[in-house]
Design a protein around this ligand. Structure first.
Ligand code: SF4
Ligand code: SF4
Length: 258
């Protein structure tokens, strides 16, 4: 499955933050939890951090148990999707009859639904503001409910701002790669580094502090303390490092060899 496959299931009618739509989702709708089955959920780095912490797992364990690796067709970058159960409906592992058992820490895609975010699939460059679209699924009855709101209000209601802020540098990395000519390929090692810093945060911490990383890069003591203690700081640090090794941009520095 690729982001291209994901695009094939949706009707990308462009909507912006000020656009209104009628929608409400609640346990009383006849379709309750239908959208949690047979779905394709690309996980963001922050999604993995929240879910692995919620489940008390390391990032390595979470990735092994709950995700499937894919390569995004347009960017040739590795991503993970939530691994669905092998039941008739291909259910999300976290759905129950009465709802989502990880609701407070649900992935970004689940928060946006029934909206899709165009950043990973359609955005053409870092200056493109991106847009949203409606995921076109006939089973969703939420559009028949009597509540009208704007895209901006829906984002606020679903708490996606923090997710988007934390994932912004990662999204930017993906979008930059999309604007590269198709014949410019990343090495396998670069792709592995992208995966490590994006998704396997506990292994990335180990890589920074237990390999020759700190001998090669000029990282001040305050930054080292910060990234040791805080996963979000470590994630941001990883994104700055990826920008340096993949695109040669940013303020990351190699140690002087003089
Ligand atoms: S299908 Fe739509 S209305 Fe039904 S539970 Fe999912 S989001 Fe809510
Ligand atoms: S994580 Fe929760 S909201 Fe998202 S698909 Fe699974 S059960 Fe549904």
């Amino acid at each position: 499955m690729t982001d291209q496959d994901n695009m094939a299931q949706i009707a990308p009618m462009r909507v912006g933050l000020k656009n209104h739509f009628k929608f409400k989702c609640h346990p009383g709708v006849s379709c309750f939890t239908k959208c949690c089955r047979g779905i394709n959920i690309i996980l963001t780095p922050y999604d993995v951090i929240l879910l692995k912490n919620r489940l008390g797992l390391s990032s390595e364990e979470f990735l092994a148990i709950y995700t499937e690796p894919h390569i995004m067709e347009k960017t040739d970058l590795p991503v993970v999707t939530l691994k669905l159960l092998d039941d008739e409906q291909q259910s999300c592992p976290f759905v129950r009859d009465d709802g989502c058992i990880v609701y407070q820490d649900r992935p970004t895609t689940c928060r946006y639904y029934p909206l899709g975010v165009a950043a990973l699939t359609h955005k053409e460059g870092a200056d493109d503001e991106g847009f949203y679209f409606f995921v076109d699924e006939a089973h969703c009855r939420g559009f028949e409910e009597d509540q009208e709101l704007t895209v901006a209000e829906w984002r606020k209601d679903q708490g996606v701002d923090r997710h988007d802020d934390i994932n912004a540098e990662w999204t930017d990395l993906v979008v930059r790669k999309r604007s590269f000519p198709a014949n410019i390929k990343l090495t396998e090692q670069s792709k592995q580094m992208f995966f490590l810093a994006s998704y396997n945060i506990d292994k990335f911490r180990e890589f920074v502090f237990s390999s020759s990383f700190l001998e090669r890069y000029d990282i001040d003591a305050a930054t080292q303390e910060k990234i040791k203690a805080d996963e979000i700081e470590l994630l941001n640090f990883g994104m700055r490092w990826l920008k340096f090794i993949l695109y040669k941009i940013g303020d990351f520095k190699l140690k002087s060899t003089d």
